[in-house]
Design a protein around this ligand. Structure first.
Ligand code: NCD
Length: 354
């Protein structure tokens, strides 16, 4: 359930002014810090509030890590001696695993805390958990929480850098970055591309982060969904809205499918999953309206036969779903490293080419 109060506080916090550009520059001037720190944020709470330049910095550094991850020797040392805690209040496979891999490949110690085994089950509040973990001096916290705004609230209570691993229906910044990296590497650019985001927009933090990112980078966004699965403010997001898949998909470069997030349904949003697939499921017939080289994307986990036909999902020429997972590790390495530059005693080198 979206917590309105927390969401309002979160909006207030998006512009992460706790580390201003001038302070970041000062930090960079200290001996051993290399050239000026290019990423002027101490936390990554959302895409909203990031500039096109911030996004470019993150994507450029991610490109570097894609190459590194494809090499035999993947281990780096820039986060050696640092502690990262993955604090996941919601289930996750790929996000948690890829943050863990990313931290380890950078040489950090990574601890995974899932709520199933934590004191949250004994009634501890989010803030008490955060303060307890903070006392153990982590350097970076990656947090996923079911309430929109909860991660931003937590970031106010701790002394370390915080990355939002997905908060309620609000934002999932590293997912949007990995989607952008996948698109940019395939199409050579983001600007001017036509991207259709289809399905359960209402409950999707992936959609919200992608809308912010794609708009900031000059892509054209279309949302395709039944009226029940669109937020009331959809027409104020700087996007085109369609209720008909065939019309919405016409001539798009990218088809981004979303999972029907039934765990967030409070009431009836679709008559049946069969009917939903008939009107909004991606099959070859509907895909035929997109450009012939349009890419098929999905953040996972997929519901085959509900939002996407299984053959379309596995299409080796068009589907980049596995590539998205690969890009996820690289993006998370870049995010961890660029935020770590704001930690006291940063001794790594400032990345070249960012
Ligand atoms: C997404 C999420 O958790 O928001 N998944 C992910 O991070 N790979 C999308 C979803 O759960 O449908």
């Amino acid at each position: 359930m979206v917590n309105g109060f927390i969401a309002a506080r979160a909006r207030f916090l998006y512009d992460d002014s706790s580390m201003s550009a001038s302070r970041a520059a000062k930090t960079a001037e200290q001996p051993g810090h290399g050239s000026p720190v290019p990423f002027p944020h101490r936390h990554l709470l959302g895409i909203e509030g990031l500039s096109a330049q911030d996004i470019e910095i993150l994507l450029n550094r991610s490109d570097y890590y894609v190459d590194l991850n494809r090499a035999v020797e993947k281990k780096q040392t820039s986060l050696r001696g640092r502690t990262i805690i993955n604090l996941f209040f919601e289930n996750s496979t790929r996000t948690r695993t890829s943050f863990e891999l990313a931290g380890k490949r950078l040489g950090a110690d990574v601890i995974n805390m899932s709520v199933a085994t934590s004191s949250v089950k004994k009634g501890e509040t989010l803030i008490d958990t955060a303060i307890t973990l903070n006392a153990m001096h982590p350097d970076l916290l990656v947090v996923r929480h079911q309430d929109s705004g909860a991660v931003a609230l937590l970031a106010q209570k701790v002394g370390c850098g915080v990355i939002n691993g997905g908060d309620g229906s609000h934002e999932h910044p590293t997912q949007a970055l990995l989607d952008a990296l996948t698109i940019r590497r395939r199409k050579g650019r983001l600007e001017g591309l036509s991207v259709a985001i289809c399905g359960d927009i209402l409950h999707s933090r992936v959609a919200r982060s992608n809308i912010h990112l794609l708009n900031t980078m000059g892509a054209r966004v279309r949302l395709i969904a039944p009226p029940t699965l669109l937020p009331a403010y959809a027409d104020r997001l700087g996007v085109e809205v369609f209720h008909d898949m065939r019309k919405g998909l016409t001539d798009v470069d990218i088809v981004m499918m979303l999972r029907l997030q039934m765990e967030r349904f409070h009431g009836s949003f679709v008559p049946s999953t069969r009917e939903y697939f008939h009107f909004y499921g991606l099959d070859y017939e509907k895909l035929g309206f997109a450009k012939s080289d349009a890419l098929i994307m999905h953040p996972g986990p997929m519901n085959r036969g509900i939002e996407i036909d299984t053959e379309v999902a596995d299409d080796i020429h068009r589907s980049v779903i596995h590539e998205q997972v690969e890009m996820g590790v690289a993006v998370r390495m870049a995010c961890l490293e660029l935020l770590a530059q704001h930690l006291p005693n940063w001794r790594g080198t400032t990345p070249a080419g960012t």
